[in-house]
Design a binder for this molecule. Sequence first.
Ligand code: ATP
Ligand code: MG
Length: 373
Amino acid sequence: MNIPFVYGRLADADDFTGREQDILRLKQNLTGRINTTIVSPRRWGKSSLVHRTLEVIKSESEEYLTCHVDVFNCRDEESFYRAYMNAVLSAATTKMDEFVALVKKYVGSLGPKITLADAGAAMEFSLGLDFYEHKYSIDEILDLPEKIAVEKGKQMIVCIDEFQNVENFEAPVAFQARLRSHWQKHQNVCYCLYGSKKHMLLSIFADYEMPFYKFGDIIMLQKIEREVWADFIVKRFKDTGKSISRDLALSVADKVECHSYYVQQLSQLLWMLTEGTASEEALQVAYQQMIDRSALLFDNIIDGLKPRQISFLVAIANGEVNFSSAAVLRKYKLGTSANIKNLRKAVLDRDLISIDAGVTSIQDPVFKQWLLR
Ligand SMILES: Nc1ncnc2c1ncn2[C@@H]1O[C@H](COP(=O)(O)OP(=O)(O)OP(=O)(O)O)[C@@H](O)[C@H]1O
Ligand SMILES: [Mg+2]
């Protein structure tokens, strides 16, 4: 059976909806060599957007080589360079023997070990033991995209996902300064850096003191509009021989505040519960199922918090705004008003809240409902 709603993996082809303006802006930037940073809370659709935009760019022109580095699992600089190099070399070729030749040609001085897994698996290499004795070779790695682009007579687009993780490296500012000093010299490469920790990313890209200040365009990704979601949901039901009214489809989007991941999840649960036409009652059941399925994750989050931090989240979920007022402090047992700053920082660092134009809110709409219950 073909389930018409997906979550937890990239949305592409028929699963992708909306974002026309974002695709256009990103495409213009990346083909115009304007480095771009994309920031949004988790699961709103950054990776899907970048993936889609690269597909569009490649379908329109053969001029571009594209590659994708995920920093999510990179715990230190070395693993970053390894991931970076694998991605850049893989962009240059899909043939294994050429990959090996390129490794030898460009990074021979590193003494890399090439590990080629079973046929069909991704080509990869690991760095030799003497890697760190030759600091100069890091500079070669960072210039690799430019070298390959020039040699192949193409433009290269390097996308780096979960970029905020570089803040956890041992010397993050020196590391960023190094990247920046190389990347800004590249004439044939454009960089797209994105991630989900807004306050961390803004401290990298919007802080005057930091190496990446004024690196390029910053896109603060917005949610997909409710009307776009409604059209999408109606169409996906119809495509699979079921139906849903436009009003009910709008309710699906509204219930999860247009959060991309949850719209897809809730739609899928509703679709599973529906034989012919989706009903309001089925939507209630689906919504409850969705909260139940997330409960384990939310329990885990709560387990890692202090009682006052939890109470602070509940206060935010309840729509309180004046946290320093005596009434709010008393009602939620938050202690003195001097605590608020620390409480806010603790939950912000964990990415649980967002602060937009001075308004504090719970970032995850389902977590918010769960807190309220
Ligand atoms: N344009 C879109 N159309 C339809 N569904 C989408 C779209 N973008 C995102 N989604 C839904 O949201 C989910 C999360 O998308 P994606 O992984 O692209 O977000 P992200 O912002 O990169 O998340 P993370 O912060 O976890 O890296 C997808 O699995 C999909 O269900
Ligand atoms: Mg992502």
